[in-house]
Design a protein. Structure first.
Length: 186
């Protein structure tokens, strides 16, 4: 188990306040999406070849809003339950989970610019594989702290699994090159 790394962990007050814990991932995720320009992102998404079963572009905004909110609530719950424990090992595990949560959140926020702004599908694919693995690990850690908190990550893990398929499928179908002159409508 890695340790609690304060410099890589969101401040405790974020985890202690349900509104802050829920709104932070939603607000930052939305800000990143809007900073890249939704119209450009939508145009890029529509222009690239997609694997079968890809959803329409409008699905991503509501899906990510729900997923960010659920993971934020799970973070609040895991922190609140874990830090209220009289077991020092559970408190240490809770701090460790806060570090893992923060790192997975940073990986999550990095994916959109990697894919849509910098057009780096290989790096985005590496990012999403690491993100999925780290989220699976976080789920197992949260399960030791609070089972309900762990269950808040179930839809997120399912979506990340599907997102891996979409990411790798689109990367492959477009020759792992998203430069504007290379991506042509399907």
């Amino acid at each position: 188990m890695t340790t609690y790394i304060p410099s890589l962990t969101l401040p405790a007050f974020i985890f202690e306040q349900p509104a802050a814990s829920i709104l932070l991932p939603v607000a930052v995720g939305s800000a990143i999406g809007y900073s890249i320009s939704p119209k450009k992102t939508q145009a890029s998404y529509n222009a690239m070849r997609q694997p079968p079963f890809h959803p329409p572009g409008w699905v991503f905004g509501p899906a990510w809003t729900f997923l960010y909110g659920a993971m934020g609530y799970g973070a609040y719950r895991a922190w609140t339950v874990g830090m209220a424990s009289f077991d020092p090992d559970k408190i240490a595990l809770t701090r460790h989970a806060a570090t893992v949560y923060t790192i997975q959140l940073l990986l999550n926020w990095a994916w959109t610019p990697l894919w849509f702004k910098w057009k780096k599908p290989i790096l985005a694919s590496i990012d999403i594989v690491a993100l999925t693995g780290l989220t699976a690990y976080l789920t197992s850690v949260w399960a030791k702290i609070d089972e309900r908190a762990a269950w808040t990550l179930a839809p997120y893990l399912a979506w990340l699994t599907f997102a891996n398929y979409l990411c790798h499928g689109a990367g492959y179908l477009n020759g792992w090159d998203f430069s504007d002159q290379k991506v042509k409508p399907a």
